[in-house]
Design a protein around this ligand. Structure first.
Ligand code: G6P
Length: 535
């Protein structure tokens, strides 16, 4: 049987044995912000939130995240809680407030100037600053307090996301040994030589071994992690069971390649996508020419300058293709407070301008760079219009743009040009696989995409779609929950009888309590909804 939202709901209900689900991720799934004096909400760019929101919608529970929008506080209660999705709430977002100094040291510093470059093989030098590290520790503690509040009063499973919270699992386990704690590391794990240059490597590893389950994107990442642990900490590694035993605690380490909800594509495209596509063509003067598209946060791991240099190379090598296509790059602004990201934005703008000057004319601009935040509905229209989608990450844990593109192509057309150095390349072997550091190979990959006969496009796209349909986000979450639920204690006799009686219609008192609880929850969510809608 395939994995669906309904099957995940069922797994969450039966396997969690009534334990509450608390997700922790730095980035919130919905951001409230002021625009023209009004409060609006947006969904941030980046694969993590896109992937996990449907999981929370299926399982329910609480998502603890940094409240980063300038109107976030306006729509929350005193605890920082708001029901989401804002237009139809069905789970709770608990926002944690950070000071500017904390955000600077923890998010821009330790997370994104140290761990991000440390974990990606892109030749960017990590910054090891003790002040950043202090802030990272402190913020992990702040999140631990918020999670413990949310998990108070009963059994809970805490599912921690990513490199912002390496210390959190240990803090949670020390405070509440009964909590079941799992973590998913969305980005790659480097080899041990590279990782162990970090001055706080041992603390990071020890923090992560507070987990019952630790998931990575690939087996290679798991092996690198186990090697790092083996070379630096006192512990026993059981390679048969993929487990680390340290001070009496067992951590299972396994790969769980993340994915998307393929069913969302039709929702985003809607019935009017062709009309919206026509508007895009008109707005950017694209005529009826084929489009190659790139959709990324502007991040130096994504290989955006490499991609543009390949467009330049292609136009030099194949002048017959001048005027025959456009390259449309959506580049969502990201982490702009970090100099490397600001410089990258300037570099991409400069390259786009130079290519357009060199090869273009008044009637045809080869590169269209859209340096703005695009919503999912617009991005899916671009995916659907494209002759090809180019994902040229220099190193990427998974890359969900590749899977989204495939999910958008119900017409079985379109070519995916995909970097070999993404997790996605292991599953989507029918993409045109390229080395993004090799400008000629990348340029030829784009030419292949522009020339591929429809029948071959269809053959490849059908195979890729069946992989994304089967290995969807519900399977990812379902397998993770099933694995970690082995650690969820069996319900106590009292819990068991409460849950069976709550389901039995003849026990009015228990049934009423269950309904009251449901109504209280719904009232809370509705109140939150009204607060955010009316605000
Ligand atoms: C990557 C990280 C996520 C992060 C996302 C967006 O996918 O693995 O943890 O949320 O990028 O980056 P941002 O810094 O904006 O959250």
């Amino acid at each position: 049987m395939g994995w669906s939202k309904e099957r995940l709901e069922e797994v969450a209900r039966t396997r969690l044995n009534g334990a509450k689900l608390v997700i922790v991720a730095n980035r919130e799934p919905y951001i409230h912000r002021y625009r023209n004096g009004e409060i609006e909400w947006i969904r941030p760019a980046g694969g993590l939130t896109t992937a996990l929101d449907p999981v929370m919608q299926a399982c329910g529970g609480v998502w603890v995240a940094h409240g980063s929008g300038d109107a976030d506080a306006q729509v929350c209660d005193e605890q920082g809680r708001v029901g989401v999705p804002p237009d139809d709430p069905n789970y709770i977002l608990r926002r944690v407030w950070l000071t500017k100094e904390e955000e600077e040291g923890y998010y821009y510093g330790a997370a994104n100037s140290m761990l991000w470059p440390l974990c990606h093989q892109v030749f960017a030098r990590p910054v090891f600053d003790p002040a950043h590290w202090d802030a990272y520790r402190k913020v992990n503690q702040t999140f631990a307090e918020a999670v413990l509040e949310e998990a108070a009063g009963g059994p809970a499973m805490v599912f921690v996301q990513d490199y912002h919270f390496a210390l959190l699992p240990r803090l949670l386990k020390n405070a509440r040994p009964d909590l079941v704690v799992a973590q998913f590391w969305h980005i790659p794990w480097p080899n041990s030589e590279k990782f162990l240059v970090c001055p706080w490597a041992k603390e990071l590893l020890d923090g992560m071994l507070g987990n019952d389950l630790l998931g990575f994107q690939t087996q290679g990442d798991c092996n690198n992690f186990l090697e790092s642990v083996d070379r630096s900490l006192e512990c026993r590694i059981d390679r048969e069971r993929f487990a680390v035993e340290r001070s009496g605690q067992d951590t299972t380490v396994k790969p769980f390649p993340i994915s998307v909800d393929p069913a969302l594509a039709d929702e985003y495209l809607g019935d009017d996508w062709e009309a919206r596509a026509a508007l895009v063509r008109k707005k950017y003067r694209l005529g009826q020419r084929p489009l190659l598209v790139g959709v990324d946060r502007v991040d130096y791991t994504k290989g955006i300058p490499e991609r543009l240099r390949a467009v330049d190379r292609l136009l030099h090598k194949h002048p017959e293709l001048k005027g025959q296509f456009h390259f449309v790059q959506v580049g969502a602004p990201s982490r702009m407070h970090i100099p490397a990201y600001r410089h990258l934005t300037e570099e991409v703008e400069g390259l786009a301008e130079k290519i357009n000057w060199t090869h273009g004319n008044w009637a045809w601009k080869p590169v269209v760079f859209l340096n703005e935040h695009y919503g999912a509905a617009d991005i899916f229209v671009l995916y659907r219009m494209a002759a090809g989608c180019v994902v040229s990450s220099l190193h990427d844990g998974m890359n969900l743009v590749a899977k989204e593109f495939v999910s958008a192509r119900g017409d079985h057309q379109g070519v995916l040009v995909l970097s070999k150095f993404t997790g996605a390349a292991r599953e989507l072997t029918d993409a045109v696989l390229i080395n993004p550091f090799d400008v000629d190979e990348l340029a030829e990959g784009m030419v292949t995409a522009l020339h591929m006969p429809p029948a071959e496009q269809e053959r490849r796209m059908r195979r890729m779609r069946s992989i994304v349909e089967e290995h969807n986000i519900y399977r990812w979450a379902g397998l993770l929950l099933s694995e970690v639920s082995k650690r969820v204690p069996d319900p106590t006799p009292e819990m068991e009888s409460a849950s069976t009686t709550a389901q039995a219609p003849h026990n009015h008192a228990a049934a009423a309590t269950a309904v009251e609880e449901r109504i209280a929850r719904e009232n809370f969510l509705t109140a939150m909804h009204l607060a955010s809608a009316g605000a």
